[in-house]
Write a protein that binds this ligand. Structure first.
Ligand code: AMP
Ligand code: ZN
Length: 478
């Protein structure tokens, strides 16, 4: 299936633009990863699922994608205003344990839950604490260029040295200060100036600290992403993603320091920001105690991949409201899709069939056109659903289309088993007795009686399939 050119919304230019990698055929993509001091909740996972979909569309288009997402295991303070505790260090102290135990536990949860949600493995997962040298080198360049100043608690970036600092957020610099996301520390020259390197407090050693040309301390959170993205993707990045909450401070600061240290503009060609997952009318957030994780779904019998389906039911630039009922409904839709895909796959018997007929080609084109239209995943899912029931399609065409779509959707349809197998009720004594009666009727050539039994079972939501090993009864999901 030929995939049309991708159109993507870029936060910097505030417009949907045709996507063109800076080097033909290759894409460098970076996503701000988890701060590993507590579980990554389902909202955080939305900001992983969106780039996973984007990456899959790029791969399906034949591009070679290098996908990097970092682990923030130091430097992310409890306030965006360069104040407060380091989240990781505070969690270790609170639990009377080591930083390694905390970061190991929550990095593991993040990596496992990504897999449970069907995300492809990243090509690289650099940790901030293992890239201190790269961060110091970048700060040193900024210091040499006269773009910084040192105050009592650290080395700061002077935003007045970077004209257009506030352009990315689309608000005036002074209004940025007024958002409350940045604040005036005692000696900061401007509230928006931000820490590149923070000094360890004089009185005690921190659990994580390193020597630097300016004093013992630890890196600021923003410099981590710039340094690690630069190390693995080079001076220019094609796509940088994250949640919308990062636009005003974290990404604005990443741009300022990267463009100044690397002499590039624009540092990132396309900024892709995903909107929030809301719970009870508010952003799902650790600080508000709204923590629902993948395990919360499985405890209620919901397949984690149902959350992937649910996420794709909304456009990534729209807020999405979480309810268990909505995710369970997505699970039903996913089971239905899987059931039809497996039935078509088994009918074809592993043959490699390409969609040929007019209707199949039309649906295939419509699916990829939807995803290439700024990742219109709700439309793409509805086309996939049409494929499962369109009477004009043969089983071979249906399977060819769904297998092709699954390169982007990531539901693992090629190896999935029929979810209705799990609902096999052939062994239920009441059902087994009815099946035996039906077999007896058939043996006596009383087909009317056999059909009556089939109809009665169908009316109670049980479907009979005659297999070479005898009849099987399943609950129907359609
Ligand atoms: P953190 O671990 O706090 O650094 O956050 C990791 C990612 O999750 C960031 O890209 C955030 O923007 C994103 N994020 C946090 N809360 C939500 C939410 N409720 N919905 C969607 N994304 C979120
Ligand atoms: Zn970042």
């Amino acid at each position: 299936m030929t995939i049309p050119a991708l159109q993507l919304y870029d936060t910097r230019r505030r417009a949907v633009r045709p996507f063109e990698p800076s080097e033909p055929g290759r894409v460098g993509m970076y996503t701000c990863g988890p701060t590993v001091y507590s579980p990554q909740h389902l909202g955080n996972m939305r900001s992983q699922l969106v780039p996973d979909l984007l990456r899959r569309v790029l791969l399906a288009s034949g591009l070679a994608v290098t996908y990097v997402t970092n682990i923030t295991d130091v430097g992310h303070l409890t306030s965006d205003a360069d104040e407060g505790d380091d989240k990781v260090e505070a969690a270790a102290l609170r639990a009377s344990t080591s930083v390694e135990e905390i970061t190991g536990r929550w990095t593991g949860q993040w990596a496992t839950d990504r897999r449970r949600l069907g995300c492809l493995e990243p090509d690289l997962v650099p940790r901030a604490s293992e890239h201190i040298g790269d961060q110091i080198a970048m700060v040193a360049t900024l210091v040499e260029r006269g773009l910084t100043y040192v105050i009592e608690d650290g080395v700061y970036f002077d935003v007045s040295a970077f004209p257009g600092y506030a352009e990315f957020a689309g608000i005036a610099l002074d209004d940025l200060a007024a958002t409350g996301r940045v604040r005036h520390l005692a000696d900061k020259r401007h509230p928006a100036d931000f820490a590149l390197w923070k000094f360890s407090p004089g009185e005690g050693k921190r659990l994580q600290e390193w020597d630097s040309p300016w004093g013992v301390g630890f890196p600021g959170w923003h410099i981590e992403c710039s340094a690690m993205a630069g190390r693995y993707l080079g001076e220019k990045i094609d796509i940088h993603t994250g949640g919308v909450d990062h636009i005003r401070v974290h990404h604005t600061n990443e741009i300022a320091q990267s463009e100044c240290a690397l002499d590039v503009h624009p540092w990132v060609s396309y900024w892709v920001h995903s909107e929030f997952l809301d719970l009870a009318g508010e952003k799902m957030s650790k600080s508000r105690g709204h923590v629902l994780v993948v395990d919360t779904l499985t405890e209620r019998g919901i397949d984690p991949v149902a959350f992937r389906y649910f996420t794709f039911q909304a456009h990534y630039r729209q807020q999405q409201a979480f309810t268990f009922d909505a995710v369970a409904a997505a699970g039903t839709a996913l089971r239905r899709l899987t059931h039809h895909a497996v039935a078509a796959r088994e009918a074809v018997g592993g043959e490699d069939v390409r969609p040929s007929g007019g209707r199949a080609a039309e649906l295939g084109t419509a699916f990829w056109a939807a995803l290439c239209d700024d990742l219109n995943s709700p439309r793409a899912l509805s086309i996939a659903s049409t494929v499962t029931r369109d009477p004009e399609l043969t089983a071979a065409e249906r399977w060819a289309l769904l297998a092709d779509f699954d390169r982007a959707l990531g539901f693992d349809l090629a190896t999935a088993s029929d979810p209705e197998d799990a609902w096999d009720v052939s062994a239920d004594p009441a059902v087994a007795a009815r099946l035996a009666e039906r077999q007896a009727a058939r043996a006596a050539r009383d087909f009317a009686a056999a059909d009556t039994i089939r109809d009665e079972l169908a009316a109670s939501g049980i479907e009979i399939t005659d297999t070479p090993d005898g009849p099987r009864a399943r609950r129907s999901s359609t």
